[in-house]
Design a protein. Structure first.
Length: 305
């Protein structure tokens, strides 16, 4: 009986011209060793999971790999490594051809793209390790499953260069700012003042305002309003409370003022928002307080139709 899953993956790979994996591995190099100057005919993606004193040279540039990072080496680039002198150096690598896959689809692969891309998360490393696992456990499936994963991995690495600066700034929020954001989320129904929040952070109101403007692009008062409206959106979608009740629950003493602020923020009225987005099947969902998430909980996301 034919393996329809394998057949489907092969068809997908053929249809979208996936990268072709040549060789891959997960090596730990002895201290003080290295790799002399060379150039390669294919692309190489590497990940160094620990910051070390390893030196990577490509062309006229030199990088000390002092933090976890991806490295992309392109065909014909002359490069070399001098691994850390004191400690073993681990790195994962994948050599691949693009063949008919256009490099322009992922500008991170173009010659002017970055060589070293810092990354300390888990997801992309897990994707790379999964490709290694497929090569070990199911080598006959590597070009189908592994190439799909590799394309997704390269796309996400590209996003690190294009999108992540904003996310990285958010990750580097001072702990005092994080503490204030948490305090806002936990006390939306209560009166909130910049002075009271600054006191919790151990800062002056002026310093808190400057820090919010610098790191979040909003004043503390604007952030309070945003968080209140975001919570109101959840309550509008996941319950049957009246708009007046919701306004009071998120800290607005006047329903009319809440409605004006809501429309200014969302460009539609609270009533229109509920009518547009409410689904009775979501009546058993509860509002979520999750300031760490990069996306709102209890939300359905749609692709193109």
């Amino acid at each position: 009986m034919p393996d329809t899953a394998t057949g489907d993956l092969t068809s997908i790979r053929s249809a979208i011209n996936l990268p072709s994996i040549r060789v891959l591995g997960d090596f730990v190099k002895k201290p003080g060793t290295g790799l002399g100057e060379r150039d390669i005919p294919d692309y190489e993606l590497l990940y160094f999971p620990e910051g070390t004193g390893t030196i990577y040279r490509v062309g006229e540039r030199e990088f000390t790999l002092s933090q976890p990072c991806f490295i992309i080496t392109r065909p014909g680039e002359i490069h070399s490594y001098r691994y850390d002198m004191q400690h073993p150096t681990r790195h994962l690598f994948i050599h691949f051809w693009l063949r008919s896959f256009p490099a322009s689809s992922l500008p991170v692969l173009l010659p002017e793209g970055p060589s070293v891309i810092p990354y300390e998360g888990d997801l992309l490393v897990a994707m790379m390790k999964q490709i290694m696992a497929i090569a070990h456990l199911k080598p006959e499936r590597l070009q189908e499953r592994g190439s799909l994963l590799l394309l997704a991995l390269l796309s996400e690495i590209h996003s690190l260069v294009v999108d992540e600066p904003m996310l990285e700034e958010t990750k580097r929020l001072p702990p005092q700012v994080v503490k204030v954001l948490d305090a806002i989320d936990m006390s939306l129904s209560a009166p909130l003042t910049v002075e009271g929040l600054a006191k919790q952070a151990g800062w002056t109101p002026e310093h808190l305002s400057r820090s919010f403007a610098r790191h979040l692009g909003l004043s503390p008062k604007e952030m309070i309003v945003r968080r209140r409206i975001d919570r109101a959106c959840q309550l509008l979608l996941y319950g049957q409370k009246s708009i007046k009740e919701i306004a009071f629950e998120v800290g607005f003493a006047d329903e009319n003022y809440f409605c004006r602020v809501f429309k200014t923020t969302k460009a539609i009225t609270a009533t229109e928002y509920r009518a547009k987005h409410y689904n009775p099947r979501n009546g058993d969902l509860a509002p979520v307080i999750d300031g760490e998430s990069l996306y709102p909980s209890n939300r359905v996301f749609y692709g193109e139709h």
